[in-house]
Write a protein that binds this ligand. Sequence first.
Ligand SMILES: [Zn+2]
Length: 238
Amino acid sequence: MSEEIKHLLKLQKLDRVLDKINARFQEIPRLIKEEENHAEQFEEEIKQLQEEFKDLQMQIKEAEINIKSTKDFISSHKEKLNTLKNNESYKKMQDEISQKDEEINDAEIVILELLESSDQITEKIKEAKSRLAAKKTEIKETREKFQQEIKQLEKNKKEVEERIAPITEAIDRKTVDLYYKIKERKTPVMVKVKNSTSGGCHASIRPQTINEILKEDNIIKCENCSRFLYIEDKGNAL
Ligand SMILES: [Zn+2]
């Protein structure tokens, strides 16, 4: 195996590490955003519950106003009741009054139900708020953890880049450029020839090409996938 191929293989190995670091750099903000979206969902949930609570309070108030006016109606009619001489009118008004009494009873039951619902919502709001608070703490911790990780990643990245620099310097500039051009489209760039096939695309490699690779004069590309071919083990190349 030529020195250049050895360098390229080292470069490929380090590039893989670098790619992983860069992928993690891109992943971290996305993960933070996901956490923040959860918090936003909790906030939205609280807002909806608060709306529901407000609506219930309005219904209760309305029912209370109705009860009050019904009560006023009853007391004014009770006063009138005593002034009525006619039996029939007396009976009619008494019926009216007892009907209104029933209305009050019904309305009071409705209010009790509404109060129960609003207690339940208050409880739900409390739970949602505590979930939100826990999520916010979690986000804070996640951010701190990621900040530590980013620092470490930056350090690792610098180290890898420092190791890559002398390797690319040792390889012909044109070859390095070509390597990166291929890498943009296909990885890995360096592929093994085994059993007369390209490790990148599995196309057959002609014996003549295999001989050229073994001569170690220059870099040979796969005619099908354009990747750089190398032979690790002469025994199983053909
Ligand atoms: Zn190929």
